[in-house]
Write a protein that binds this ligand. Structure first.
Ligand SMILES: NC(=O)c1ccc[n+]([C@@H]2O[C@H](COP(=O)([O-])OP(=O)(O)OC[C@H]3O[C@@H](n4cnc5c(N)ncnc54)[C@H](OP(=O)(O)O)[C@@H]3O)[C@@H](O)[C@H]2O)c1
Length: 252
């Protein structure tokens, strides 16, 4: 599939909505993961993913938020990328109202140590209460401080965050359309626990070099997870020499 189609002056975003929509009638949290990588496998340039991005990728990234009940992110990414609560915006508000979703999805941050503080923009600058998915290992005073600042604090797991339990907690809150925005440690843990339902991967037409890590790192799963290519969007403009936006779903 080519996007935009050859000769088209504008992009038909309703096609993209259909393509990237979640399965109907979900009876459990369903996890989509969104990443961008350079052709040589770098997941960041100078510590941030922005150096890899382009307009087309930003559109898919925003669509991921627009269609989700909740945005799931690791504490490392939230800090590196300066996360704050999701903004409503005109396009997002119209789309979510039309699709019967809440005005904005909350952000659920995964943090074993409860590292965000009440002053973090993720906690302090949001129109909906953030969710903190943490563990028994996090000092109680940090958990209490985040709860006092308005966060919904969920303790799932002892030393680290028990991801199946954390996802169950999201499901209990009616949050089943889960859009995970990384980062690599969280994706590695999701792969190890076999919890990735879909991977949306943008291949940026760049050779980044450097020493950036891969999009996943962590424990070796018992077997590699198998996925099937569902769609491949190609985007080319004057600035970007051919980005590929790939969508893979797990095979069972
Ligand atoms: N290219 C892309 O699309 C993309 C996307 C996202 C991020 N990134 C990049 O990735 C880098 C950050 O990497 P990262 O590995 O630090 O990111 P990360 O996975 O977002 O964060 C790691 C931190 O998250 C918490 N965490 C993750 N998984 C956990 C688990 N299963 N249980 C408990 N806690 C868990 C821990 O926080 P605590 O230490 O608080 O316990 C851990 O230190 C940044 O440079 C960012 O720009 C790139």
């Amino acid at each position: 599939m080519l996007w935009p189609p050859p000769g088209a002056e504008t992009t038909d975003t309703s096609d993209l909505e259909r393509l990237y929509d979640y399965p109907d009638d979900l009876d459990r949290p369903w996890v989509q993961v969104n990443f961008i990588s350079s052709l040589d496998g770098a997941m960041s340039v100078a510590g941030r993913s922005a150096g890899l991005g382009n307009a087309a990728d930003k559109k898919i990234f925003a669509l991921g938020r627009d269609l989700a009940d909740v945005v799931l992110v690791g504490a490392g990414t939230a800090l590196a990328e300066g996360y704050r609560g999701v903004r409503a915006g005109e396009v997002r508000a119209e789309r979510r109202a039309r699709l019967g979703l809440s005005p904005v999805p909350p952000i659920a941050v995964v943090t074993a140590r409860c590292s965000p503080t009440p002053e973090s923009l993720l906690i302090a600058d949001t129109s909906v209460p953030p969710i903190v998915l943490t563990s028994e290992a996090a000092p109680r005073e940090r958990r209490d401080a985040l709860a006092a600042a308005g966060a919904d604090v969920v303790v799932a797991g002892e030393e680290t965050v028990d991801l199946p339990a954390a996802l169950r907690a999201l499901g209990e809150r009616g949050l089943r359309r889960v859009n995970c925005e990384g980062g690599p440690q969280l994706l590695g843990a999701l792969i190890a626990a076999d919890l990735v339902d879909q991977l949306c991967l943008t291949l940026a037409p760049l050779l980044a070099g450097g020493d950036s890590g891969r999009i996943a790192r962590g424990p070796l799963p018992d077997v590699p997870r198998t996925v099937r290519l569902e769609s491949a969007l190609h985007h080319e403009d004057d600035e970007v020499g051919g980005a590929l936006m790939l969508r893979y779903r797990r095979t069972r």
